[in-house]
Design a protein around this ligand. Structure first.
Ligand code: FES
Length: 61
């Protein structure tokens, strides 16, 4: 599923970035070699990354 339609970035890319320790959504854009455009995906992308971090934290506890 696409999260960022402007740059064709998929949910899986944001999940992978979160698992790899990406600090925030902008870091993912930069790592993918694209720039944010409209910004409408930021909230959803941030939620995806937070969910992964929470799961990882729970797994470590
Ligand atoms: S949908 Fe991501 S920048 Fe527009």
């Amino acid at each position: 599923m696409y999260v960022c339609l402007c740059n064709a970035l998929k949910c899986a890319q944001f999940k992978a970035a979160a698992r790899d320790g990406a600090a925030d959504v902008r870091t993912v854009f930069k790592a993918c070699g694209v720039r944010p455009r409209c910004g409408q995906c930021f909230e959803e992308a941030d939620d995806v990354m937070k969910t992964i971090r929470r799961k990882d934290d729970t797994a470590l506890a």
